[in-house]
Design a protein around this ligand. Structure first.
Ligand SMILES: *[C@@H]1O[C@H](CO)[C@@H](O)[C@H](O)[C@H]1NC(C)=O
Ligand SMILES: *[C@@H]1O[C@H](CO)[C@@H](O)[C@H](O)[C@H]1NC(C)=O
Ligand SMILES: *[C@@H]1O[C@H](CO)[C@@H](O)[C@H](O)[C@H]1NC(C)=O
Ligand SMILES: *[C@@H]1O[C@H](CO)[C@@H](O)[C@H](O)[C@H]1NC(C)=O
Ligand SMILES: *[C@@H]1O[C@H](CO)[C@@H](O)[C@H](O)[C@H]1NC(C)=O
Ligand SMILES: *[C@@H]1O[C@H](CO)[C@@H](O)[C@H](O)[C@H]1NC(C)=O
Length: 496
């Protein structure tokens, strides 16, 4: 599976020019040398043409700059041009590498994505998310971690917002090796609509109406249903990423929370990648929340794995979270108190007043220093903290099956007990000790669970948006290949 640091990926081997230079120059009169030179030149040209394709399609944006960011139409039409002018598509036998088929990325009107980023100041009434959406959705660089983690890994860490999934998937998709610019060759269609950002804008506004919250989604579905490739299959080969939990898009009454995007008829056949799914809806797929770790190479991953594997952990378990004082019998308050009362073996990080989301290394340090981390449900069943905890090599302790086991099946090991602990929340409510349960595991058992967590890290992180992490499948690869497999399996015969 993952290469571990003992056998790092072998370095590319370069011919030793210092040795050959002389003999090469000496044979310059030889016609074969000329032939070789011409062939070399041709290959270099070929390489350049090939490289220019994915790179010209790559978008970046700068929310603070005055020039229009993320100008999708121009960028992609440039890419289309590059593609049609090249005659090397046959040499580049992509079908070999994409046995599950290729993906076409729709060129949406900017209203559905780029304009939301452009007007990022409006997206949240409390803090400006512009900074959080910078760097391709990764956010600000996490320089404050420099005292905590190996220096060579600092460039892989960002303050990534938990709601930036849509940007991360879109950017990555534009460079995806199985992207095609010709819709007629596509097996699957990706709709780069920022559904979560569009509704997030209104969620906390006092004066927003149900109509405001539905506007973007409604217009998007009208738009997409008018595309010829939608009509081919009634949209069942279309998919979308939605950067909030499913329940934010499932409003049934006007006065309730969220948008009704998922309940709109046009959404019925679209596969949806969400940070929390409705386990009973086949078209919802749960994908990992974005964490701050965005490695670019297999070596970055191996180095990080080594770091967390050998970290000396001082406390048995920890709890990081904000409690909801106003909810009666809030389980998180109970855990917080439980943890305070076991303070010799439990470390508390009280995240009230957004202490944990504001560029400090405290949360990471807490996870790095603990063998186990408590993961109760949050406002919904899942929380970003599950992934922060596991990336830091800490073993998650769950109290609800829906927090992870019934959510992220594609991304977590098959046997829950191999990498996590499940504790009956009613037993905890009745006063049984979490410490007693966790202390009961032998050193070997803890080590083996941690190893499982550590091995799994690549599967729950999002790599840099070029072509992912060389040779290692990250969460994006797994999600997208999963979607392609499902769509291929159902063929054109999927029936309700
Ligand atoms: C590409 O690969 C496929 C599968 O191996 C093969 O059938 C096809 O002939 C190849 N096409 C070209 C142009 O080489
Ligand atoms: C919403 O309205 C309440 C009172 O009606 C007010 O206290 C609060 O500040 C308002 N919030 C926003 C974000 O405007
Ligand atoms: C969804 O697919 C079914 C057929 O599987 C089709 O009858 C229905 O019209 C589709 N819905 C939309 C909105 O296209
Ligand atoms: C945290 O937020 C406060 C304002 O709430 C700000 O002054 C401070 O600079 C922030 N810290 C970091 C590390 O960004
Ligand atoms: C918790 O206590 C109640 C009442 O004392 C009991 O009925 C229940 O079975 C207990 N649950 C667990 C999991 O211990
Ligand atoms: C500890 O483990 C033993 C045997 O594996 C089990 O019988 C016992 O109930 C466990 N204790 C706790 C507190 O989980």
């Amino acid at each position: 599976m993952l290469p571990n640091s003992n056998n790092p990926p072998s370095k590319p081997k370069y011919p030793d020019f210092s040795d050959r230079k002389n003999s090469f120059l000496l044979s310059f009169h030889n016609p074969r040398t000329w032939l070789i030179l011409i062939l070399l030149l041709f290959q270099i040209l070929l390489l350049f043409t090939l490289r220019s394709r994915p790179f010209s399609a790559y978008i970046t944006f700068h929310p603070h700059s005055s020039s229009p960011p993320l100008s999708l139409p121009t960028e992609s039409s440039a890419a289309v041009h590059a593609d049609s002018s090249s005659t090397i598509t046959q040499v580049d036998n992509v079908t070999d590498l994409c046995p599950l088929g290729k993906i076409y990325v729709y060129d949406l009107p900017l209203f559905f994505n780029a304009e939301l980023i452009q007007n990022c100041n409006e997206l949240n009434p409390w803090i400006s998310p512009c900074e959080a959406l910078s760097n391709d959705g990764f956010g600000r660089e996490a320089t404050a971690l420099s005292n905590l983690i190996p220096e060579s890994l600092i460039r892989s860490w960002y303050w990534t917002d938990q709601f930036s999934l849509e940007l991360i998937y879109h950017n990555r998709m534009l460079n995806y090796r199985c992207r095609t610019l010709e819709p007629e060759l596509a097996a699957t269609f990706y709709i780069p609509f920022y559904a979560g950002l569009a509704v997030g804008k209104y969620l906390f506004k006092n004066a927003s109406s149900a109509k405001d919250r539905d506007l973007h989604c409604e217009l998007l579905l009208n738009w997409v249903q008018n595309q010829i490739y939608w009509k081919r299959t009634d949209g069942w080969d279309h998919f979308i990423s939605m950067g909030r939990i499913s329940w934010d898009f499932r409003r049934s009454k006007d006065e309730d929370w969220g948008s009704s995007c998922i309940y709109m008829p046009g959404m019925r056949n679209i596969t949806r990648l969400l940070i929390e799914k409705n386990p009973w809806d086949y078209f919802d797929i749960g994908v990992p929340y974005p964490t701050g770790f965005h490695p670019s190479t297999a070596d970055d991953i191996a180095q990080w794995q080594n770091f967390v594997r050998h970290r000396e952990r001082k406390t048995l378990f920890c709890f990081a979270g904000a409690t909801r004082g106003f909810i009666k019998n809030d389980f998180r308050s109970l855990l917080l108190n439980h943890c305070y009362s076991e303070s010799d073996s439990c470390r508390v990080l009280d995240c009230a007043c957004s202490k944990c989301s504001n560029g400090t290394s405290e949360i990471m340090e807490t996870f790095l220093d603990s063998d186990f981390c408590l993961q109760p449900r949050g406002d919904s069943f899942t929380r970003r903290s599950i992934f922060d905890c596991m990336v830091a090599g800490s073993i998650p302790v769950f109290f609800w099956k829906r927090t992870a086991y019934y959510q992220f099946e594609w991304f977590l090991p098959g046997e829950p007990e191999s990498y996590s602990v499940f504790i009956d929340r009613y037993a905890v409510k009745n006063g049984s000790s979490i410490k007693a349960v966790l202390q009961n595991f032998s050193k070997e058992e803890v080590k083996s669970m941690r190893e499982k967590v550590v091995e799994n890290i690549a599967k729950i992180v999002y790599g840099k948006p070029n072509d992912g992490i060389n040779g290692v499948k990250d969460a994006f690869d797994i999600a997208v290949e999963g979607v392609l497999k499902r769509i291929k399996k159902h063929g054109g015969d999927y029936k309700w």
